[in-house]
Design a protein around this ligand. Structure first.
Ligand code: ATP
Length: 357
């Protein structure tokens, strides 16, 4: 069952179209991320789902009921926004109990629920502390506890981790994801951070200029992007302009030819074509391994060795490639070293070029 459905949802601000005919179904109990660059309409779409913004056209249904014009406070959704808006003059417990007070929940039930939520966010001993005396991560957890206090059917998160430093942010991604899975609460989260979306989401909705560019499971989108925009936005990728002979081979900017597994199926594709290969799919070889098909001669021009992973930039005369490996897997790489970059045909994918602006 899909509890939330959007049909042709559109939002215009004067002449500008922030969200343009979005159709979407959000599966029950899943975490869905809206992902895209700044200004692509993620927040506007989330705010329409929340009831904080009215669509210019289209409709939104939840649990089979049309809620397009239902005010935010009657949707019973939990929300955590960028600016957390915890009440600074209240304690942790008072903040968490706030939505319960609004609903006139009895005092005993409020206390029971607050205790349960404090256990859940692992802050039981912080009950009576003013929220101003919490760390950023603790505040974040309190904001989430408050958002789920009244057992909302849908949890909406707008860049809830953007104010945190990188390490805490990664830890909170895991915490929120585990909590969401344990509670089975349908959740929509806005982020512009593709790594965050890949870590947390069951499904990613990639947005571009107010429209949905692609919807899918994180790895499916990573492995099988529908366009240059999506390929570029999700993960690191080598994206090269190529010409295509329709016979399973493409010609690279330096004149080299490589076989591509999906070349035949894109044979009739018109317009500009790009070759996508992810850095971890490129195998680095030496000339002692022998030249061969799909092995491109090049020279290492940069190495980023951070211990666990190693990225090498390779100048292939006409274009550069980034290959990802580990120092253990390919020891002895050095700047200026001639190498052969092997691009397995199965890992090469042809995609349509981004439309010119
Ligand atoms: P960011 O990641 O920067 O928050 P976003 O993808 O969430 O961006 P939105 O905030 O939804 O993008 O904005 C989409 C577009 O609509 C932008 O061009 C923005 O300037 C415009 N916009 C958003 N809110 C309003 C408003 N209240 N009035 C006029 N234009 C708006």
């Amino acid at each position: 069952m899909n509890p939330l459905t959007l049909k042709a949802v559109t939002k215009r601000f004067n002449a500008a179209c922030a969200v343009d005919h979005v159709d979407l179904s959000v599966p029950d109990g899943k975490l869905v991320c809206f992902l895209g660059p700044s200004g692509c309409g993620k927040t506007t779409l989330l705010r329409m789902i929340a009831g904080l913004e009215m669509p210019s056209a289209g409709n939104i249904t939840f649990g089979g009921r049309d809620i397009t014009h239902t005010p935010a406070n009657r949707r019973d959704f939990g929300m955590v926004f960028q600016a957390l808006a915890l009440f600074p003059h209240m304690t942790v417990a008072q903040n968490i109990a706030y939505p319960l007070r609004l609903r006139k929940t009895g005092a005993a039930e409020q206390a029971r629920r607050v205790t349960e939520l404090l256990e859940m966010i692992q802050l039981p001993y912080m009950r009576d502390r003013p929220v101003t005396q919490l760390s950023g991560g603790q505040r974040q957890r309190v904001a989430i506890a408050r958002a789920i206090a009244s057992s909302p059917k849908l949890l909406l998160l707008d860049e809830p981790l953007s104010a945190l430093d990188a390490k805490l942010r990664e830890a909170m991604q895991v915490e929120i994801r585990l909590l969401q899975q344990r509670l089975g609460i349908t959740t929509i989260m806005v982020t512009h951070d593709q790594r965050e979306a890949m870590t947390m989401a069951d499904e990613i909705v990639v947005m571009e200029k107010g429209r949905i560019a692609q919807v899918g499971k994180p790895l499916d989108i990573y492995r099988d992007p529908v366009s240059e925009f999506v390929a570029d936005f999700i993960g690191l990728g080598n994206i090269l302009p190529v010409s295509h002979d329709g016979q399973g081979q493409v010609t690279l900017p330096g004149g080299q030819r490589v076989a591509v597994a999906n070349a035949a199926s894109t044979g009739s594709q018109s317009g500009d074509i790009r070759l996508l290969i992810r850095p971890e799919d490129i195998h680095l070889k030496t000339f002692a391994d022998g030249v061969g098909p799909n092995r491109l001669a090049g020279k290492i021009t940069f190495i980023r060795d951070v211990g666990a992973t190693l990225e090498a930039t390779i100048d292939c005369a006409g274009f550069t490639l980034t290959a990802a490996t580990t120092p253990r897997e390919t020891p002895g790489l050095a700047l200026g070293m001639p190498v052969l970059a092997e691009l397995p045909a199965q890992a090469c994918k042809l995609i349509a070029a981004r439309a010119a602006h």
